[in-house]
Design a protein around this ligand. Sequence first.
Ligand SMILES: [Zn+2]
Length: 384
Amino acid sequence: MSAPFEDQSTHPAVTLLCDLIKRRSVTPDDAGCQDILAERLAALGFNCETMQFDDVTNLWARRGSETPVLCFAGHTDVVPPGNLDEWETDPFEPVFRDGLLYARGSADMKSGLAAMIVALEEFIDEHPGHRGSLSLLITSDEEGRARDGTLRVMDTLTARNEHIDWCVLGEPSSQHQLGDIVRIGRRGSLSGMLTVRGIQGHVAYPHLADNPIGKFAPVLAELHTIEWDKGNDYFPPTSFQVVDVRSGVGAPNVTPGELSARFNFRYSTEWDHEGLQSRVHEIFDSHAIEYKLDWHLSGKPFLTKPGVLIDAISEAVTEETGLTPELSTGGGTSDGRFISPAGVDVVEVGPVNESIHKVNEHVKVEDVIHLTRIYKRIIEELLL
Ligand SMILES: [Zn+2]
Protein backbone atom coordinates (compact mmCIF):
# COMPACT_ATOMS: atom_id res chain seq x y z
CA MET A 1 0.00 0.00 0.00
CA SER A 2 1.19 3.50 -0.75
CA ALA A 3 1.63 6.09 1.98
CA PRO A 4 -1.56 8.00 2.83
CA PHE A 5 -1.96 11.36 1.17
CA GLU A 6 -1.54 14.19 3.68
CA ASP A 7 -4.75 16.13 3.12
CA GLN A 8 -6.91 14.02 0.89
CA SER A 9 -9.31 16.81 -0.05
CA THR A 10 -6.51 18.74 -1.77
CA HIS A 11 -5.34 15.83 -3.94
CA PRO A 12 -5.66 16.97 -7.59
CA ALA A 13 -8.05 14.13 -8.46
CA VAL A 14 -10.30 15.05 -5.53
CA THR A 15 -10.38 18.76 -6.40
CA LEU A 16 -11.15 17.90 -10.03
CA LEU A 17 -13.90 15.55 -8.82
CA CYS A 18 -15.41 18.41 -6.80
CA ASP A 19 -15.37 20.70 -9.87
CA LEU A 20 -17.20 18.03 -11.89
CA ILE A 21 -19.75 17.37 -9.14
CA LYS A 22 -20.77 21.06 -9.07
CA ARG A 23 -21.89 20.79 -12.71
CA ARG A 24 -25.46 19.51 -12.65
CA SER A 25 -24.98 17.10 -15.52
CA VAL A 26 -28.22 15.14 -15.34
CA THR A 27 -28.59 12.96 -18.46
CA PRO A 28 -28.13 13.98 -21.26
CA ASP A 29 -26.85 17.40 -20.14
CA ASP A 30 -23.06 17.49 -19.91
CA ALA A 31 -23.29 20.90 -18.16
CA GLY A 32 -19.74 21.83 -19.16
CA CYS A 33 -17.99 18.84 -17.57
CA GLN A 34 -16.31 17.85 -20.82
CA ASP A 35 -14.96 21.40 -21.27
CA ILE A 36 -13.10 20.99 -18.00
CA LEU A 37 -11.70 17.65 -19.13
CA ALA A 38 -10.83 18.87 -22.63
CA GLU A 39 -8.96 21.88 -21.30
CA ARG A 40 -6.78 19.65 -19.11
CA LEU A 41 -6.25 17.17 -21.96
CA ALA A 42 -5.40 19.83 -24.55
CA ALA A 43 -2.68 21.09 -22.20
CA LEU A 44 -1.21 17.55 -22.32
CA GLY A 45 -1.11 17.51 -26.12
CA PHE A 46 -4.39 15.68 -26.73
CA ASN A 47 -6.34 16.47 -29.87
CA CYS A 48 -9.87 17.00 -28.50
CA GLU A 49 -12.95 16.54 -30.68
CA THR A 50 -16.43 17.29 -29.43
CA MET A 51 -18.98 15.06 -31.14
CA GLN A 52 -22.42 16.53 -30.59
CA PHE A 53 -25.27 14.22 -31.60
CA ASP A 54 -28.72 15.69 -30.94
CA ASP A 55 -28.73 16.75 -27.26
CA VAL A 56 -25.83 14.47 -26.32
CA THR A 57 -22.28 15.80 -25.95
CA ASN A 58 -19.39 13.42 -26.52
CA LEU A 59 -15.65 13.91 -26.31
CA TRP A 60 -13.05 11.97 -28.25
CA ALA A 61 -9.53 12.95 -27.29
CA ARG A 62 -6.33 11.38 -28.54
CA ARG A 63 -2.62 11.90 -27.97
CA GLY A 64 -0.34 10.27 -30.54
CA SER A 65 -0.97 8.52 -33.84
CA GLU A 66 0.84 5.24 -33.17
CA THR A 67 -0.52 1.89 -32.04
CA PRO A 68 -1.30 0.39 -29.63
CA VAL A 69 -4.15 2.68 -28.58
CA LEU A 70 -5.16 2.69 -24.93
CA CYS A 71 -8.52 4.35 -24.31
CA PHE A 72 -10.12 5.46 -21.05
CA ALA A 73 -13.89 5.62 -21.34
CA GLY A 74 -16.73 6.92 -19.23
CA HIS A 75 -19.64 9.30 -18.83
CA THR A 76 -20.16 12.77 -17.40
CA ASP A 77 -23.93 12.40 -16.98
CA VAL A 78 -25.52 11.40 -13.72
CA VAL A 79 -28.95 10.07 -12.80
CA PRO A 80 -31.38 12.57 -11.22
CA PRO A 81 -30.95 13.05 -7.47
CA GLY A 82 -34.44 11.79 -6.66
CA ASN A 83 -36.21 12.96 -3.51
CA LEU A 84 -34.17 15.93 -2.21
CA ASP A 85 -35.73 15.54 1.26
CA GLU A 86 -33.94 12.23 1.60
CA TRP A 87 -30.55 13.75 0.80
CA GLU A 88 -28.69 14.84 3.90
CA THR A 89 -26.77 17.43 1.84
CA ASP A 90 -27.10 19.19 -1.53
CA PRO A 91 -26.49 16.46 -4.17
CA PHE A 92 -24.55 18.89 -6.38
CA GLU A 93 -22.36 20.30 -3.64
CA PRO A 94 -19.43 18.07 -2.63
CA VAL A 95 -19.48 17.43 1.11
CA PHE A 96 -16.64 15.68 2.98
CA ARG A 97 -17.61 13.70 6.06
CA ASP A 98 -15.78 10.90 7.86
CA GLY A 99 -13.46 10.17 4.93
CA LEU A 100 -16.35 10.07 2.46
CA LEU A 101 -17.32 12.51 -0.26
CA TYR A 102 -21.09 12.85 -0.72
CA ALA A 103 -22.69 14.00 -3.98
CA ARG A 104 -24.60 12.72 -6.99
CA GLY A 105 -22.06 11.25 -9.41
CA SER A 106 -19.34 10.93 -6.77
CA ALA A 107 -19.16 7.17 -7.41
CA ASP A 108 -20.97 6.87 -10.78
CA MET A 109 -18.74 8.03 -12.27
CA LYS A 110 -17.11 11.41 -11.86
CA SER A 111 -14.44 9.96 -9.55
CA GLY A 112 -13.43 7.61 -12.38
CA LEU A 113 -13.13 10.58 -14.75
CA ALA A 114 -11.11 12.66 -12.30
CA ALA A 115 -8.77 9.74 -11.59
CA MET A 116 -8.21 9.17 -15.32
CA ILE A 117 -7.30 12.80 -16.01
CA VAL A 118 -4.84 13.08 -13.12
CA ALA A 119 -3.30 9.68 -13.91
CA LEU A 120 -2.76 10.84 -17.50
CA GLU A 121 -1.25 14.13 -16.32
CA GLU A 122 1.19 12.39 -14.02
CA PHE A 123 2.11 9.72 -16.59
CA ILE A 124 2.67 12.16 -19.45
CA ASP A 125 4.68 14.46 -17.19
CA GLU A 126 7.04 11.57 -16.44
CA HIS A 127 6.95 9.86 -19.86
CA PRO A 128 6.16 12.42 -22.58
CA GLY A 129 7.67 10.12 -25.23
CA HIS A 130 5.60 7.02 -24.33
CA ARG A 131 4.86 4.41 -27.00
CA GLY A 132 1.46 4.05 -28.70
CA SER A 133 -1.43 6.46 -28.20
CA LEU A 134 -3.59 7.55 -25.30
CA SER A 135 -7.25 8.39 -25.81
CA LEU A 136 -10.49 9.16 -24.00
CA LEU A 137 -14.06 8.45 -25.04
CA ILE A 138 -16.49 10.38 -22.84
CA THR A 139 -20.26 10.65 -23.30
CA SER A 140 -23.10 12.53 -21.57
CA ASP A 141 -25.69 9.84 -22.26
CA GLU A 142 -24.77 6.60 -20.56
CA GLU A 143 -27.57 6.68 -17.99
CA GLY A 144 -30.27 7.54 -20.54
CA ARG A 145 -31.19 6.20 -23.96
CA ALA A 146 -27.51 5.67 -24.82
CA ARG A 147 -28.41 6.16 -28.46
CA ASP A 148 -26.35 9.25 -29.34
CA GLY A 149 -23.44 8.59 -27.03
CA THR A 150 -20.71 5.96 -27.07
CA LEU A 151 -22.49 4.04 -29.84
CA ARG A 152 -22.32 7.01 -32.23
CA VAL A 153 -18.72 7.83 -31.34
CA MET A 154 -17.70 4.22 -32.01
CA ASP A 155 -19.56 4.33 -35.35
CA THR A 156 -17.65 7.50 -36.25
CA LEU A 157 -14.28 6.00 -35.30
CA THR A 158 -15.01 2.78 -37.18
CA ALA A 159 -16.05 4.75 -40.29
CA ARG A 160 -12.70 6.49 -40.34
CA ASN A 161 -10.74 3.34 -39.52
CA GLU A 162 -9.61 4.55 -36.14
CA HIS A 163 -9.02 1.53 -33.94
CA ILE A 164 -8.77 1.13 -30.17
CA ASP A 165 -6.78 -1.80 -28.78
CA TRP A 166 -7.52 -1.60 -25.07
CA CYS A 167 -10.28 0.20 -23.22
CA VAL A 168 -10.42 0.88 -19.49
CA LEU A 169 -13.95 1.85 -18.48
CA GLY A 170 -14.09 3.76 -15.19
CA GLU A 171 -17.52 2.53 -14.08
CA PRO A 172 -17.88 1.68 -10.39
CA SER A 173 -17.03 -2.02 -10.61
CA SER A 174 -15.97 -2.63 -7.00
CA GLN A 175 -18.36 -4.20 -4.52
CA HIS A 176 -17.01 -3.93 -0.96
CA GLN A 177 -13.59 -2.38 -1.39
CA LEU A 178 -11.74 -0.72 -4.22
CA GLY A 179 -10.40 -3.30 -6.65
CA ASP A 180 -12.19 -6.38 -5.28
CA ILE A 181 -14.01 -6.81 -8.60
CA VAL A 182 -13.14 -5.82 -12.16
CA ARG A 183 -15.61 -6.48 -14.94
CA ILE A 184 -14.27 -8.32 -17.95
CA GLY A 185 -17.59 -8.55 -19.74
CA ARG A 186 -21.29 -8.15 -19.34
CA ARG A 187 -24.28 -10.34 -19.95
CA GLY A 188 -26.60 -9.59 -22.84
CA SER A 189 -30.01 -8.06 -22.14
CA LEU A 190 -33.02 -9.04 -24.24
CA SER A 191 -36.57 -7.95 -23.42
CA GLY A 192 -39.89 -9.31 -24.70
CA MET A 193 -43.17 -7.40 -24.81
CA LEU A 194 -46.03 -9.89 -25.04
CA THR A 195 -49.71 -9.62 -25.81
CA VAL A 196 -51.97 -12.68 -25.54
CA ARG A 197 -55.41 -12.26 -27.08
CA GLY A 198 -58.61 -13.92 -25.97
CA ILE A 199 -62.30 -13.11 -25.89
CA GLN A 200 -63.77 -11.12 -23.01
CA GLY A 201 -66.83 -12.66 -21.39
CA HIS A 202 -69.03 -13.33 -18.37
CA VAL A 203 -67.22 -15.31 -15.73
CA ALA A 204 -70.26 -17.64 -15.46
CA TYR A 205 -70.16 -18.52 -19.16
CA PRO A 206 -66.50 -19.47 -19.84
CA HIS A 207 -67.48 -21.53 -22.89
CA LEU A 208 -68.51 -18.26 -24.56
CA ALA A 209 -65.24 -16.52 -23.72
CA ASP A 210 -61.55 -17.20 -24.14
CA ASN A 211 -59.51 -16.31 -21.05
CA PRO A 212 -55.93 -15.23 -21.92
CA ILE A 213 -54.76 -15.66 -18.30
CA GLY A 214 -55.44 -19.37 -18.33
CA LYS A 215 -53.78 -19.70 -21.71
CA PHE A 216 -50.62 -17.87 -20.67
CA ALA A 217 -50.17 -19.61 -17.30
CA PRO A 218 -48.74 -22.92 -18.62
CA VAL A 219 -46.43 -21.07 -21.03
CA LEU A 220 -45.12 -18.96 -18.17
CA ALA A 221 -44.63 -22.07 -16.04
CA GLU A 222 -42.64 -23.71 -18.82
CA LEU A 223 -40.48 -20.63 -19.45
CA HIS A 224 -39.72 -20.48 -15.74
CA THR A 225 -38.65 -24.08 -15.36
CA ILE A 226 -36.27 -24.19 -18.32
CA GLU A 227 -32.57 -24.32 -17.53
CA TRP A 228 -31.40 -22.08 -20.35
CA ASP A 229 -27.76 -22.96 -19.83
CA LYS A 230 -25.36 -23.70 -17.01
CA GLY A 231 -23.26 -20.61 -17.67
CA ASN A 232 -19.60 -21.11 -18.54
CA ASP A 233 -16.15 -20.26 -17.24
CA TYR A 234 -16.90 -16.54 -17.45
CA PHE A 235 -20.67 -16.15 -17.21
CA PRO A 236 -23.33 -17.15 -14.68
CA PRO A 237 -26.31 -19.13 -16.05
CA THR A 238 -28.72 -17.24 -18.30
CA SER A 239 -31.65 -15.88 -16.30
CA PHE A 240 -35.25 -15.38 -17.43
CA GLN A 241 -37.43 -13.03 -15.37
CA VAL A 242 -40.98 -11.79 -15.87
CA VAL A 243 -41.15 -8.16 -14.80
CA ASP A 244 -44.79 -7.35 -15.45
CA VAL A 245 -48.10 -9.14 -16.13
CA ARG A 246 -51.35 -7.25 -16.65
CA SER A 247 -54.86 -8.35 -17.38
CA GLY A 248 -58.35 -8.07 -16.00
CA VAL A 249 -61.00 -5.40 -16.42
CA GLY A 250 -61.47 -4.66 -12.73
CA ALA A 251 -64.77 -6.49 -12.25
CA PRO A 252 -65.15 -9.86 -10.51
CA ASN A 253 -67.66 -11.17 -13.02
CA VAL A 254 -65.76 -10.43 -16.25
CA THR A 255 -62.93 -12.50 -17.74
CA PRO A 256 -60.49 -10.33 -19.71
CA GLY A 257 -59.98 -10.25 -23.44
CA GLU A 258 -56.28 -9.53 -23.35
CA LEU A 259 -53.15 -10.08 -21.27
CA SER A 260 -49.87 -8.22 -21.58
CA ALA A 261 -46.55 -9.17 -20.05
CA ARG A 262 -42.94 -8.10 -20.12
CA PHE A 263 -39.95 -10.29 -19.51
CA ASN A 264 -36.19 -10.03 -19.72
CA PHE A 265 -33.29 -12.35 -20.36
CA ARG A 266 -29.84 -11.64 -18.94
CA TYR A 267 -27.93 -14.06 -21.08
CA SER A 268 -24.48 -15.54 -21.30
CA THR A 269 -22.30 -16.10 -24.35
CA GLU A 270 -23.85 -19.60 -24.59
CA TRP A 271 -26.72 -17.93 -26.49
CA ASP A 272 -27.22 -15.29 -29.11
CA HIS A 273 -30.43 -13.26 -29.11
CA GLU A 274 -31.80 -14.93 -32.25
CA GLY A 275 -31.44 -18.33 -30.59
CA LEU A 276 -33.28 -17.21 -27.47
CA GLN A 277 -36.04 -15.60 -29.49
CA SER A 278 -36.70 -18.67 -31.62
CA ARG A 279 -36.68 -20.95 -28.56
CA VAL A 280 -39.32 -18.74 -26.91
CA HIS A 281 -41.44 -18.68 -30.05
CA GLU A 282 -41.25 -22.49 -30.24
CA ILE A 283 -42.63 -22.73 -26.72
CA PHE A 284 -45.48 -20.33 -27.42
CA ASP A 285 -46.32 -22.11 -30.66
CA SER A 286 -46.39 -25.50 -28.94
CA HIS A 287 -49.18 -24.18 -26.71
CA ALA A 288 -51.24 -23.08 -29.71
CA ILE A 289 -52.18 -19.65 -28.36
CA GLU A 290 -52.74 -16.43 -30.24
CA TYR A 291 -50.08 -13.96 -29.23
CA LYS A 292 -47.93 -11.07 -30.38
CA LEU A 293 -44.35 -10.75 -29.17
CA ASP A 294 -42.08 -7.75 -29.76
CA TRP A 295 -38.40 -7.89 -28.86
CA HIS A 296 -35.93 -5.30 -27.72
CA LEU A 297 -32.23 -6.09 -27.60
CA SER A 298 -30.47 -3.59 -25.34
CA GLY A 299 -27.05 -5.21 -25.39
CA LYS A 300 -25.31 -8.30 -26.67
CA PRO A 301 -23.03 -10.09 -24.23
CA PHE A 302 -19.35 -9.29 -24.47
CA LEU A 303 -16.25 -10.77 -22.95
CA THR A 304 -12.60 -9.83 -22.80
CA LYS A 305 -10.51 -12.99 -22.57
CA PRO A 306 -7.41 -13.17 -20.35
CA GLY A 307 -4.49 -11.37 -21.94
CA VAL A 308 -2.37 -8.25 -21.80
CA LEU A 309 -5.11 -5.87 -20.63
CA ILE A 310 -6.51 -8.05 -17.85
CA ASP A 311 -2.97 -8.86 -16.69
CA ALA A 312 -2.05 -5.16 -16.58
CA ILE A 313 -5.18 -4.25 -14.63
CA SER A 314 -4.92 -7.15 -12.19
CA GLU A 315 -1.28 -6.30 -11.48
CA ALA A 316 -2.03 -2.60 -11.02
CA VAL A 317 -4.90 -3.36 -8.62
CA THR A 318 -2.85 -5.84 -6.61
CA GLU A 319 0.16 -3.50 -6.34
CA GLU A 320 -2.03 -0.63 -5.18
CA THR A 321 -4.56 -2.40 -2.95
CA GLY A 322 -3.06 -5.78 -2.10
CA LEU A 323 -6.20 -7.48 -3.48
CA THR A 324 -6.44 -10.02 -6.28
CA PRO A 325 -9.49 -8.79 -8.17
CA GLU A 326 -12.30 -11.17 -9.02
CA LEU A 327 -12.86 -11.18 -12.80
CA SER A 328 -16.62 -10.81 -13.11
CA THR A 329 -19.28 -10.49 -15.80
CA GLY A 330 -22.10 -9.61 -13.38
CA GLY A 331 -24.12 -6.43 -13.06
CA GLY A 332 -26.25 -4.58 -15.57
CA THR A 333 -25.25 -3.44 -19.03
CA SER A 334 -22.61 -0.75 -19.62
CA ASP A 335 -21.28 1.21 -22.57
CA GLY A 336 -18.70 -1.56 -22.94
CA ARG A 337 -21.39 -3.24 -25.09
CA PHE A 338 -20.82 -0.55 -27.75
CA ILE A 339 -17.01 -0.56 -27.59
CA SER A 340 -16.30 -4.28 -27.51
CA PRO A 341 -17.91 -5.19 -30.89
CA ALA A 342 -15.19 -3.15 -32.68
CA GLY A 343 -12.70 -5.79 -31.56
CA VAL A 344 -11.63 -3.85 -28.47
CA ASP A 345 -10.60 -5.48 -25.21
CA VAL A 346 -12.74 -3.75 -22.56
CA VAL A 347 -12.31 -4.00 -18.79
CA GLU A 348 -14.15 -1.97 -16.17
CA VAL A 349 -12.37 -0.92 -13.02
CA GLY A 350 -13.64 1.80 -10.73
CA PRO A 351 -14.84 2.66 -7.21
CA VAL A 352 -17.29 0.86 -4.94
CA ASN A 353 -20.81 0.74 -6.38
CA GLU A 354 -22.79 0.26 -3.16
CA SER A 355 -24.37 3.77 -3.17
CA ILE A 356 -24.72 4.44 -6.91
CA HIS A 357 -28.06 5.84 -8.12
CA LYS A 358 -29.19 6.08 -4.46
CA VAL A 359 -29.76 9.16 -2.31
CA ASN A 360 -26.63 10.21 -0.40
CA GLU A 361 -24.35 8.68 -3.05
CA HIS A 362 -20.76 8.76 -1.85
CA VAL A 363 -17.22 7.64 -2.51
CA LYS A 364 -14.35 7.01 -0.13
CA VAL A 365 -11.96 9.93 -0.63
CA GLU A 366 -8.88 7.73 -0.34
CA ASP A 367 -10.32 5.45 -3.04
CA VAL A 368 -10.22 8.33 -5.52
CA ILE A 369 -6.50 8.70 -4.82
CA HIS A 370 -5.85 4.95 -5.00
CA LEU A 371 -7.85 4.73 -8.23
CA THR A 372 -5.69 7.47 -9.74
CA ARG A 373 -2.60 5.40 -8.90
CA ILE A 374 -4.20 2.23 -10.31
CA TYR A 375 -4.95 3.98 -13.61
CA LYS A 376 -1.43 5.37 -13.78
CA ARG A 377 0.04 1.91 -13.18
CA ILE A 378 -2.18 0.48 -15.93
CA ILE A 379 -0.85 3.05 -18.40
CA GLU A 380 2.72 2.28 -17.31
CA GLU A 381 2.17 -1.47 -17.76
CA LEU A 382 0.77 -1.01 -21.26
CA LEU A 383 2.60 1.95 -22.82
CA LEU A 384 6.15 1.83 -21.45
ZN1 LIG B 1 -22.03 4.76 -14.68
